[in-house]
Design a protein around this ligand. Structure first.
Ligand code: GAL
Length: 341
């Protein structure tokens, strides 16, 4: 037993030693562990595929579905932290507040880790060289949603003249939120509304609800409130594309839906975030007026480089991307609308 253990440790040592971390040392090969909070999330599925596409020629990757349960994901993570073959952990947490305990655990075994998409609290990353965060910049996503809205209405005066559906002199909107406590929910919501105010709009949030990034929940939400607000709504801002698409699904069921004209002219504009492939298609089909790209391709490039730098102990001073918070990298959103197509 002891002998086997020794041989496997030696193999691991050889693999660890191979400077580029290329895994081709037989069945004891080490791997990278990728944890996704839920495979049912449209955006995270594309993210996970992109990670595998970019990294698959360099590393072997084991992917875990957290099934939206932090305790279930904790078991997966702990077992990979203790697994000597797992050399690097990429973690999309179910609950971002779980980060602290995980950082403490990886510190004891000196295993590098990147949290992606669900951001730990700043203090959780403060005292470690092993833990990083890579994700979107939700403040910029929100501001760009405001800009896209303004692009459609062409200023508040023009809005009041041509688009104010109940003629009350304010922009009446519905805000569809993602998950409560998620940094993208909080900041996209706040900055889309404050961004519109900064652009000179008077705003009235008619109604808002957490719809957990989910298309069906959002469809049902709109179904519930629509009768009451249908003559007032001037705009729907959604924290992501899937929930925007849920609202669109509902509007397409309405009697006055006319597929011959753009849905935003038929009803009112709906603006999302992500530019998932279904989201992009809805912009092209003139159903969603616009969205903001959640630039996961750049995020995966940063992840790729971080893995390379940490596994090879390269000095972080030469890292090609700039940190914008403690051990963190946030990518800017990119406008996608009828004008940018
Ligand atoms: C957001 C994304 C959402 C959802 C969420 C999951 O950044 O916009 O669609 O995927 O992450 O944490």
């Amino acid at each position: 037993m002891r002998k086997i253990k020794k041989i496997s440790t030696f193999l691991n040592f050889l693999c660890n030693f191979s400077s580029l971390g290329v895994i081709s040392c037989g069945s004891n090969n080490w791997h990278i562990s990728l944890f996704i909070y839920s495979f049912e999330d449209t955006f995270m599925s594309s993210y996970s595929n992109q990670i595998q596409t970019i990294l698959k020629d360099k590393y072997s990757i084991q992917v875990f579905d957290g099934e939206a349960s932090q305790s279930y994901q904790n078991d997966q993570i702990v077992s990979e932290i203790n697994n000597e073959s797992s050399r690097f952990l990429l973690i999309n947490l179910v609950d971002r507040l779980a980060a602290k305990t995980i950082v403490e655990k990886v510190e004891t075994v000196n295993k590098p880790i990147i949290f992606l998409n669900r951001e730990p609290l700043e203090e959780d990353l403060a005292n470690t060289d092993n833990a990083f965060y890579v994700g979107a910049k939700p403040e910029s996503d929100g501001l760009l949603q405001a800009e896209i809205t303004n692009e459609y209405f062409e200023g508040f005066s023009n809005f009041k003249e041509k688009y104010d559906r109940n003629q009350n002199g304010v922009l009446d909107l519905i805000l569809i939120k993602g998950e409560q406590g998620h940094q993208d929910t909080e900041n996209r919501s706040q900055y889309s509304v404050s961004g519109l105010a900064d652009l000179g709009y008077e705003i009235n949030v008619l109604d808002t609800r957490f719809c957990d990034w989910n298309r069906t929940i959002s469809r049902d939400y709109l179904a519930e409130i629509y009768e009451y607000y249908k003559d007032d709504i001037d705009l729907i801002i959604s924290n992501n594309d899937d929930m925007a698409l849920g609202a669109i699904d509902f509007l397409k069921e309405q009697e006055n839906y006319n597929p011959e004209i753009p849905l935003y002219e038929n009803f009112f504009p709906i603006i999302g975030v992500d530019e998932t492939s279904v989201g992009y298609e809805a912009v092209v089909n003139k159903e969603m007026y616009g969205t903001v790209r959640n630039d996961y391709e750049t995020q995966v490039q940063i992840i790729d480089k971080l893995i390379e730098f940490k596994l090879n102990s390269y000095p972080m001073e030469t890292f090609p991307y700039e940190m914008d918070a403690i051990n963190s990298y946030h990518t800017d959103g990119i406008k996608v609308s009828q004008k940018t197509l």
